[in-house]
Structures are given as structure tokens and as C-alpha cells.
Design a protein around this ligand. Sequence first.
Ligand SMILES: Cc1cc2nc3c(=O)[nH]c(=O)nc-3n(C[C@H](O)[C@H](O)[C@H](O)COP(=O)(O)OP(=O)(O)OC[C@H]3O[C@@H](n4cnc5c(N)ncnc54)[C@H](O)[C@@H]3O)c2cc1C
Length: 372
Amino acid sequence: MEKVWERGNLQDLEQEVIFNGTCCFCGACGAFCPEYIFYEEEMPRTRQKCYEIFGACYDFCPRTFLPVFEIERKIFGSVREDKLLGFYRSVCMARAKDEEILAISQDGGVVSALLIFMLERGLADAAVVARKCGDWGVEPSVATKREEVLESAGSKYTQCPSLLGFGSALREGYEKIAFVGLPCHVQALRKVQLSPFFDFNKASERISIVIGLLCTETFDSTLLFKKLSNEGISPSEVKKFDIKRGKFIAVLRSGERFEIPVKEMADVERSACSFCYDFAAELADISVGGVGSPDGFSTVIVRSERGEKLLSDAEEAGFIECRELSAEKIEEVRKNALRKKRRNLKKIQKKAESLKILNLLVKLEDLERLLI
Ligand SMILES: Cc1cc2nc3c(=O)[nH]c(=O)nc-3n(C[C@H](O)[C@H](O)[C@H](O)COP(=O)(O)OP(=O)(O)OC[C@H]3O[C@@H](n4cnc5c(N)ncnc54)[C@H](O)[C@@H]3O)c2cc1C
């Protein structure tokens, strides 16, 4: 029998995660606790000491422990066969049919189109998204209208404490919440949803869909903008950031394109991202990314029954169009996942050995077996 849920408090969280360099800044610890302070990309802090013996902050953090198979069984009704992509029902490529969405979204606009479909058809009453603030800063936002979804379209390659947005949506009384996030956000949301210790107004029943974004890493905004400024680029000049075919790309408002090989971006990567082994947002209902699909399309991994129904309903209603993705292209997505896992598991292993903590429920010697 697999050991599943563990317990801890603020001190444990600080020791194992926050002061240990593994905090992914997802916002889960502060989503329900007013004592937490999130300021820009500084590590989460609390206003005062906390004497709770067991804390929700420890429980919800995706980096304290992550009972992957337990979550899969509960959400998907089964566990993965594909160790690289996680449990899934199908993979396809898709794009929004609305020209306005296509024009401002990152890839095929599938994420925005699905959110708008859900809001307009009453399948969701709010969507937790990541909105751009200032010159490429990012903050969680609760969107309830088409315009607000569109305002948040596009990838921001810095980290957003999106779970704070989920906490706000619950407090504001939304009952059918669609959530968009990176793999770490999705892991945290599943932990909140399935936590046996806390019942936040039956949070689980108030989540209508979880859309995950494929993710290799996020960048530290200070370091990223410093790097760009060394190249003579100010964030205010940038219209869109992208990562395609091994290049980090800044498309400037002037129309100019500035490219840096992703390999040369290692110095600005958020170091906590190197302790993440999830590329494909493995615990989402639907995962969406750019790799594998031609420009203007998104690669869509459908995992849950709920996700499958949403995609087919949105297609039938004319919000998106789906096309087959070849086995060769799916393999490309798997290779990206393998690359991230191989690279980061080594770091997780090193960290776990020295500090005896791990965010996987497997023994260290079994880690490699997860890959094949
Ligand atoms: C940090 C990051 C790294 C990524 N890495 C990869 C990768 O390695 N390979 C790959 O194939 N795809 C990657 N993606 C996904 C890809 O960039 C697109 O987000 C995805 O294809 C969806 O495109 P779309 O046109 O459907 O989305 P859109 O319709 O443009 O919607 C994008 C949605 O993403 C949300 N969002 C944007 N930035 C963030 C953020 N920082 N945190 C949480 N939510 C956010 C927005 O709120 C919006 O709802 C990454 C995305 C991000 C944000």
C-alpha cells in the first residue's frame, strides 16, 4: 500500500521547501491563509509565527510531497501507462476558430477559446488566469468575461502565484471555476482538491476544469530583464515572448525579432524549476502546449472524461477545430518531456539525498524507473 498524505506545519514547509530552494512560487500556501505575503518573486513569508501543528500550507504545497498515483486514480480513475506524458485518453492539435482569439493568443488560442466557451455557455462562472501587469510582470486574475480572458491570453514566461487567484475565486463565491496553470499550479490545485484534512467549502466540487500548460521552465523576471537589457531590449518594447524550436524569442513592437538559444537561458531560469519533473501538466484535465504542432495550432492532451467532453462540446459548438496529430509529432512531445525529466530528476535526486526530502512518493533508487 502506497503511503499517501503526509502532515506538516509552517516550520516544516520553511525547512523543506521555502528555505531549501525548491519553492515554485505557485501561491498554494497563501491561497487560504491571510498570514502569507507574496511580493513580486520573493519567497513567500508570513506576517507572524504560526503555531498550528498541521498546516494547510504544508498540505497544499506541491513540493512537500506529491501522491501522483493517488491523484491519478481519483481524477482519472486509473494510473498512467505513459511515463512521460502521464495518463491520457487522446492527443490532437487544435486551434480557436475566432480570428480575434487567434490573433492575440500564444499558439492556437485553444486555452482562451475553451475558457470563453465555458463562460458563455454557463459551464464556468469564473476562470483563474495569469494576467500581464506592467511591463511583463504577471499576476493571478479571476476572469468572468470574454474581454478579461482575452486580456490574459499569451504566455508570460515568469512565475505567477496562480493559486492565490483560485483562493480569491472561492472566497468571491464562484461555484464553477475553470483554472489555467503550469504543471506546478496543477499539482497544487489537485492537492487542495483532494486534501483529506481540509474542506474549503468543498473546493473540489467548485472546480469545473483544470487546464494545464506544457512547461519546461520559467524565468526569474529580474534576471531575464537584465539579460535582455544587456542586449539593448527593454521589456516595454516587447510584444510577445515565445519559445520555439530551441530558441527563446522576443518579438518587438517594431516587428523585429530577437532570438537567444534556450541553452543560453540557463542563467536566468528560476532555480526551483529545476526540481520539477512534470513537463506535460500531467494532472490536468486537458494539457495544452506548442511543441508538436505547426505555428498557429496547439497540441492538446486530453486526460479526463471531463476534459474529453469539454473539447468535443467546444468543437461541436464551433469554438475550436481539432485535427489529428501524427504519432511522430506525439513522439516529439514525449521527447521534450523526457529531456526535462532526465535533467531535473538528477537534481531532485541530489537534493533529496542530502536533505532527505522528496516530492515524489518513490524511493530514490526507483526514480529512474519512472522514466521508462
Ligand atoms: C512559463 C511557460 C512555459 C511554457 N513552456 C512550454 C514548453 O516548454 N513547451 C510547450 O509546448 N509549451 C509551453 N508552454 C505553453 C505555451 O506557451 C502556450 O501557453 C500553450 O500552447 C497554450 O497556447 P494557447 O494559444 O492555447 O493559449 P492562450 O489562449 O494564449 O492562453 C494562454 C493562457 O495561459 C495563461 N498563462 C500565461 N502565462 C502564464 C503563467 N506564467 N502562469 C500561469 N498561466 C499562464 C494565461 O492566463 C492564458 O489563460 C509554456 C507556457 C508558459 C506560460
